[in-house]
Design a protein around this ligand. Structure first.
Ligand SMILES: Nc1ncnc2c1ncn2[C@@H]1O[C@H](COP(=O)(O)OP(=O)(O)OP(=O)(O)O)[C@@H](O)[C@H]1O
Ligand SMILES: O=C(O)C1=C[C@@H](O)[C@@H](O)[C@H](O)C1
Ligand SMILES: [Mg+2]
Length: 181
């Protein structure tokens, strides 16, 4: 049987204020977010980029010098701030979904799209990129462990798109089909 690549969890008739992409590292949030923003002529808000700019160091360095708890607090504050505006594509960090309060405000402030991919595709996409502190070491083992820990973390989204066998452009089409302006 063919696996469904796009699953709609919650239909909504209301207009969506923003498009908010969530998902594991390497599922394509930044890539797809960039394309969506171009197509809609919306600004792209990439949370990891904003956090790094504000701190003046990379996400990797924030984790190393200030710790994950510091990063998570900052991430929640930046998310809340960004979601005061509308008409944006927001590409969140992979762990932004871990806090209940973050999940609640995202659902309230936009169409939340969870991007997923299987382990092999994620490993293939992130291999050789050292900018993801949580994947340091044996990449495949780290991806498998985090995916297990976050098994249900992305299920709150309005829509889930499995990007494993889709091009970024195809993912964009699935997202736009669900987006109401
Ligand atoms: N649908 C896709 N098919 C093939 N390659 C893809 C796809 N989406 C993204 N990629 C590639 O995978 C890599 C990771 O993508 P991207 O940086 O967009 O992921 P991310 O979800 O933003 O990760 P992170 O949470 O770490 O920021 C990039 O090299 C990108 O070109
Ligand atoms: O999945 C995660 O917990 C993370 C994903 C990245 O986007 C960054 O936000 C950071 O590396 C943590
Ligand atoms: Mg990204």
């Amino acid at each position: 049987m063919l696996k469904e690549v796009c699953i709609l969890h919650q239909e909504s008739e209301i207009q969506h204020a923003n498009i908010i992409l969530v998902g594991m590292m390497g599922t394509g949030k930044t890539t797809v977010g960039t394309l969506l923003a171009e197509q809609l002529s919306y600004p792209l808000v990439d949370m990891d980029t904003i956090i790094a700019e504000r701190e003046g160091i990379s996400v990797q360095e924030i984790f190393r010098t200030k710790g994950e708890a510091y990063f998570r607090d900052l991430e929640s504050r930046v998310l809340d701030e960004m979601l005061q505006s509308t008409g944006q594509v927001i590409s969140t960090g992979g762990g932004c979904v871990l806090r209940e309060l973050n999940r609640a405000i995202m659902l309230d402030k936009g169409l939340v799209v969870a991007l997923t991919a299987d382990v092999d595709h994620i490993v293939g996409r992130v291999a050789g990129d050292n900018n993801r502190p949580l994947l340091a070491g044996d990449t495949r083992e780290r991806v498998q462990t985090i995916m297990k820990e976050r098994k249900d973390a992305y299920r709150f989204a309005h829509v889930t798109v499995d990007t494993s066998l889709l091009t970024p452009e195809e993912v964009v089409s699935h997202v736009l089909a669900r987006y109401r302006v």
